[in-house]
Ligand binder design. Structure first.
Ligand code: FRU
Length: 491
């Protein structure tokens, strides 16, 4: 594949060569792996969700977008909206980079409503002649007609002493009459952290210092922090870089997870919390962002991808998609539960299902097939050693989700899922799980799967790149018997 030069990567969309975009669109159109119900870029690369918000009766969700290729180049905010969290409308460019304070990209950020406008705070990425980064925190606003204007100056124009130029991804919230933001940062000793700012008007920001968490050192950079309160607890979600794999934990090259504790003390920056936990146990999940719905629900969306990982669609002119929206609750004071938002039931079409007991066999039910569907599979184990599902399966391909009752582990294996993936990320994920009944709730799309275990106690999110003809759904059980109840809705 042609690697772009720096000059090519940092081009604006207007600087595309004649025919370049048409050629990309053409490539995208021929890709067998375009998603059917996930948010994906029209061309080029999608990464982080940005500006997730509810404004004037609709959800707005932007994403990091490099239109001209699948490398990380000049980033835009692409704008989508939805009235129901299930069907999204693509609205085109939300924020375009290229100004003096975002000359090399309108990087990640968040949105908040104030005085009838939606304000978007984001990181303006700039590089000088020596290619040194200078991050600015910038502001843009959208009115009720959807017109977006950028403020002509940054609202935070320098990095405070003690931190490197890896200083980005502001997430804004309001508490009392003031606004606060948390920013992902790297200390000059090359450890990651999050810092806090306060403002009365979103324009003038005062540096409050670091969020004083119990995690130090914990990786070399924290990206995309998101702080919110839920059920009287404080939650910080962030994407630390530089954690070492530890058994079944931290197997992806970068992690996204959370800590839960007492609400952040806004006068001291003190945040007392429990242990860090990964949000997802699959392969492709990063830079999660949440918002609050009009009914008070906390809803999360993430990038179904990872930085520095190649994807098979790179040669098809596009890469990346967002996860489905998931609603969050806290279990037992220290664990986040993620459930697909119930609105996704609007996508359901034809329904089929069965109840059956299997004994040492692999069973493909007649017509139980698909490439884009929602599936609920409930299993009571009796005495089997291994049981589970093979899906997107054919003679030569299958993605396997199983429970090993001896090891008490859920295992997702994409070794034979289809087109080989970047070696760097591996092909098997395991997660300890103690249960004698299982509920596997899957959202399968053309090139992805999101699996909610026992109503969101664990989630496995993965891209897979099967042949379009690999459609079978098979149930299996070995070393004994198990009862399966399955129900599928095509999407
Ligand atoms: C995370 C990230 C952010 C940055 C953005 C640039 O994936 O690196 O830290 O703002 O992507 O696209």
């Amino acid at each position: 594949m042609h690697m772009m030069t720096r000059e090519e990567k940092y081009r604006l969309i207007e600087q595309a060569r004649p025919g370049e975009l048409a050629q990309l669109r053409d490539q995208v159109e021929r890709s067998p792996w375009r998603q059917s119900y996930h948010i994906q870029a029209p061309t080029g690369l999608l990464n982080d969700p940005n500006g997730f918000s509810y404004y004037q009766g609709e959800y707005h969700l932007f994403y990091q977008w490099f239109p001209l290729g699948t490398e990380h180049g000049m980033k835009y905010w692409y704008h989508t909206k939805s009235s129901n969290l299930a069907v999204w409308e693509g609205l085109g460019i939300g924020i375009a980079p290229g100004g003096p304070y975002d000359s090399h990209g309108a990087y990640s950020g968040s949105a908040i409503e104030k005085d009838g406008q939606l304000y978007m705070m984001y990181t303006g990425n700039t590089r000088d002649e020596a290619w040194t980064r200078h991050p600015y925190q910038c502001l843009a606003s959208m009115d009720a007609d959807g017109r977006i204007v950028k403020l002509n100056r940054p609202v935070i124009s320098s990095v405070p002493p003690g931190y490197t130029d890896h200083f980005r991804d502001p997430k804004v919230w309001k508490s009392g009459k003031d606004y606060y933001c948390v920013i992902g940062a790297q200390r000059t000793d090359l450890t990651g952290c999050a810092v806090l700012y306060r403002s009365e008007d979103l324009l003038d920001w005062t540096f409050m210092g670091e969020m004083k968490s119990g995690l130090s050192p914990f990786g070399y950079m924290w990206e995309c922090p998101d702080y919110f309160e839920l059920d009287e607890s404080g939650v910080l979600i962030f994407s630390p870089q530089g954690l070492q794999a530890d058994g079944d934990l931290y197997n992806n090259i970068y992690q996204t997870g959370y800590v839960i504790g007492q609400p952040l003390d806004l006068s001291t920056g003190e945040f007392r919390h429990g242990a860090f936990r990964e949000l997802d146990r699959g392969f492709d999940f990063y830079a999660a962002q949440t918002t609050q719905g009009p009914d008070g629900r906390r809803i999360l969306v993430a990038w179904m991808g990872l930085p520095d990982v190649a994807y098979p669609t790179d040669t098809h002119g596009w890469s990346g998609c967002l996860t489905i929206p998931r609603q969050l609750t806290i279990q037992g004071g220290n664990k986040l539960i993620q459930q697909p938002v119930p609105e996704l039931a609007k996508l359901r079409k034809t329904q089929s299902g069965a109840t059956l007991t299997l004994k040492d066999e692999v069973k493909h039910l007649n017509g139980f097939d698909g490439t884009s569907y929602e599936l609920i599979c409930e299993i009571s184990m009796f005495d089997a050693e291994e049981l589970g599902l093979e899906f997107r399966a054919s003679g030569h391909e299958k993605t396997v989700l199983k429970y090993d009752t001896g090891q008490k582990k859920i295992i997702l294996d994409r070794t034979f899922s289809g087109q080989a993936m970047d070696e760097i990320n591996g092909n098997i994920r395991r997660c300890g799980f103690n249960a004698d009944r299982l509920k596997f709730h899957l959202f399968v799309d053309t090139s992805s799967v999101e699996i909610f275990i026992n109503d969101g106690e664990e989630v496995f999110t993965s891209r897979i790149f099967p042949d379009p003809a690999s459609k079978e759904i098979r149930l299996f059980c070995s070393g004994g018997t198990a009862e399966f109840r399955v129900c599928k809705w095509d999407i």
